[in-house]
Design a protein around this ligand. Structure first.
Ligand code: ADP
Ligand code: MG
Length: 333
């Protein structure tokens, strides 16, 4: 997949504070990319540099092949940007608000009426067309703002906390809308400080903390890291290689190894003496595993079904990888 948004070593300093620190990310064309991090992590600052509104201290950003610093007009034509805070235009009707922004994009008057109706239908506000903007609920205002960013039919949407401050129902409406826009072929790069937002809809996730991108990957990769990572210890009275072969490649099995623990071995780095230390001939197979209890029990069934001499089956539960713990620290779960 080609990258449609890319940053390389993007950095922004405010005096001694490094708001964005050497940040390199890449958003695939057609992705719904969730840019997650706690408040103050540097999400808005990153987005403002990508959208050409802020000059980086160093590093670069490209959008659809245009450099944010050398070709800002090219970038702006390609994107629709929704800031985290939008100005209030209370003395306007809903349709006038969209008409105003469409006119800013130099969309001719004759095509504006049809466009406005299409945009209102898309964000489900047709019934509020002639109401004043200030009578809309917060969720409706957010959807109106999203409609505004679509006026020039950009292929890339950059949305800063689009679901922030919304009640659960309004959050779901925004989520549905993002999915709809994705189905229309748009690439969506949005920020949030709520992990659940990205788990629902994102195809790609980047986690930012204290100005640094600490993890980036597909949703599957992230989910694997989010699920508890288990380690199973299976002690057999021989035939450990067979057990290893039977387990390798099974669903949820990340790695299988035969513990190098000769009889009478010293305690391992994890603290406990291997359970087979006093069992001559016994061997322990260690399995890194991700999955539920049913799946664990299926593994044991598999071994026993093959007639392998399992004599102990225990598990140590691992926390998320250190890096991920670090990454999600402080993020609302
Ligand atoms: N104009 C500015 N001057 C000084 N510090 C700023 C400015 N803008 C942002 N910051 C600081 O940069 C850091 C990142 O802010 P921001 O990008 O808004 O984070 P987020 O959007 O993830 O909440 C914060 O510590 C913030 O206080
Ligand atoms: Mg912000």
């Amino acid at each position: 997949m080609p990258a449609i948004i890319e940053t390389k070593n993007l950095t922004k300093r405010y005096g001694s504070l490094i708001a964005v620190n050497d940040l390199s990310l890449s958003v695939e064309q057609g992705a719904i990319y969730g840019f997650v991090g706690p408040n103050g992590a540097g999400k808005t600052t990153t987005m403002r540099m990508i959208t050409t509104l802020l000059q980086p201290t160093s590093g670069e950003a490209w959008v659809a092949g245009h450099s944010a610093t050398r070709d800002p007009r090219g970038v702006r034509r390609a994107i629709g940007y929704m800031p985290d805070f939008f100005g209030v235009y209370d003395d306007m009707k809903v349709w006038e608000y969209l008409d105003f922004f469409a006119a800013c994009y130099e969309i001719p008057e004759v095509t504006r009426i049809g466009l406005i109706n299409d945009l209102l239908a898309l964000v489900d506000l047709s019934h509020r067309r002639d109401d004043m903007v200030d009578t809309l609920s917060r969720g409706m205002k957010q959807r109106l703002c999203l409609a505004r960013t679509l006026a020039h039919d950009p292929q890339i949407l950059i949305l800063d906390e689009p679901a922030s401050g919304l009640d659960p129902r309004a959050r779901i409406e925004i989520r549905e809308l993002l999915l709809e826009l994705s189905r229309m072929g748009k690439t969506i790069f949005f920020s949030t400080h709520i992990l659940a937002d990205v788990a629902e809809i994102c195809t790609q996730v980047g986690i930012v903390e204290a100005g640094k991108l600490v993890a980036q990957g597909s949703l599957e990769e992230m989910q694997r890291r989010l699920r508890p990572h288990r380690r199973l210890h299976i002690t057999l009275l021989g035939r450990a290689e067979e057990a290893q072969a039977a387990l390798a490649g099974r669903d949820g099995v990340l790695a299988v190894r035969i513990a190098a623990a000769p009889a009478g071995a010293a305690p391992t780095a994890e603290g406990a003496a291997p359970p087979e230390a006093n069992l001559p001939g016994a061997q322990t197979v260690e399995v890194d595993f991700t999955g539920g209890d049913e799946a664990v029990s299926a593994l044991l069934r598999e071994l026993v079904g093959r007639g392998l001499p399992v004599m102990r089956f225990t598990e140590s539960v691992y926390d998320l990888e250190d890096v991920f713990m670090q990454a999600t620290k402080g993020i609302v779960s």
